[in-house]
Design a protein around this ligand. Structure first.
Ligand code: TYM
Length: 328
């Protein structure tokens, strides 16, 4: 059975990009794959320094993951800091990746540029090493992610191949898998930038918790272009193509086919908004129910961490003995 691993950071609120690019494909995958999904709280430390925030966000994010449909009976959902092997293997990864490779990471360039003049942690730079540990610990064949994470999966492959070459076959070399539509949901106000938790305004970002009227308003105000024809062309018509892509991802239909059904932007915006409202309604209701019993959520995460540790500990042992560290 294909082993799948993918993770999400507990920073800010979950948005439509996370949902379409990652969470929905994870839910679909849990029925056919052996699935592991982590809430990567240690990654969040690269940009968060306020006490208490990460823990609260972790539990809230767990509620969203279960509300979207991850089933603790099928998928292993865990918190990264509950599985100490992530930090342990991360050091080995840091020693297997070069300064030059880390310097080429687009996410580091973007995030450090946006924090100019503020504190830029060393963790922000070495972040891909921890991410490689997340993936390689689980012998993942596939890593279902949005398009923006491809580079991080590529560097993980390079690290795995280098380690296997140095110390003998130890890690499975994983592959990134992105969904056919929704792999790169763009900001509704700036369709040349991806929808992101760190967007400068909320107007271009649909949050999973947005009420129906807010979703409708954000879509109606979405930036398109001065032409009038509806066609799927991400280069020439990024705004319209983004709306078609969202509608396609939600309905499971090809964006090019959907384009033929609209002659004006207005009805396309409304159709995309309505589809998203319908998608979000049951998720919001289930999320509220789950958050009413936080101790049950915490219990589910402990069960997930126990399962994750069994796999992660075995892989860490294998890596240490491949290197030839003196057994404890
Ligand atoms: P994060 O927390 O930023 O995002 C979680 C997932 O959502 C996807 N995503 C998007 N997909 C489509 N359109 C968008 N606008 C959009 N924005 C985000 C991301 O691609 C991701 O799949 N570094 C990772 C977390 C991580 C990880 C891992 C992922 C840590 N360890 C191991 C996979 C495997 C991140 O910051 O994702």
């Amino acid at each position: 059975m294909t082993r799948v691993l993918s993770c999400i950071q507990p920073t800010g609120q979950v948005h439509l990009g996370n949902l379409l690019g990652a969470l929905r494909p994870w839910v679909a995958g849990q029925h056919t794959c052996d699935a592991y999904h982590g809430i990567v709280d240690l990654h969040a430390l690269t940009v968060v320094d306020t006490p208490g925030v990460v823990g609260d966000d972790t539990l809230e994010l767990a509620a969203v993951l279960f509300a979207v449909g991850l089933d603790p009976e099928l998928a292993t959902v865990f918190v990264q800091s509950h599985v100490p092997e992530h930090s342990q293997l991360s050091w080995v990864m840091e020693c297997t990746v070069s300064y030059g490779e880390l310097s080429r990471m687009v996410q580091f360039k973007d995030k450090s540029a946006s924090r100019e003049g503020a504190f830029i942690s060393a963790g922000l730079f070495t972040y891909p090493a921890l991410q490689a540990a997340d993936i390689l610990l689980y012998d993942a064949d596939e890593v279902p992610v949005g398009e923006d994470q491809r580079q991080h999966v590529e560097i993980t492959r390079d690290i795995a191949i280098r380690f296997n070459h140095r110390f003998g076959d130890t890690f499975v070399v994983p592959e990134a898998v992105t969904p056919p539509a929704g792999a790169r949901v763009m900001d509704l106000q700036d369709p040349t930038s991806k929808m992101s938790k760190s967007s400068t305004t909320d107007a271009g970002c649909i949050y999973v918790t947005d009420p129906a009227d807010v979703v409708m308003k954000k879509f109606k105000r979405a930036v398109t272009d001065s032409e009038t024809d509806v066609r799927y062309d991400r280069e020439a018509k990024p705004g319209v193509s983004n709306l078609l892509d969202v509608l396609g991802a939600v309905t499971g239909r090809p964006p090019t086919e959907l384009a033929d059904e609209f002659t004006q932007y207005g009805p396309l915006k409304v159709a995309a908004a309505e589809a998203v409202v319908e998608l979000l309604a049951p998720i919001q209701a289930r999320r509220a129910e789950l958050l009413a019993d936080r101790s049950e959520l915490a219990r589910l995460l402990r069960v997930g961490a126990d399962k994750a540790r069994t796999v992660a500990a075995a892989t860490l042992d294998r890596a240490y003995s491949a290197i030839g560290l003196l057994p404890a």
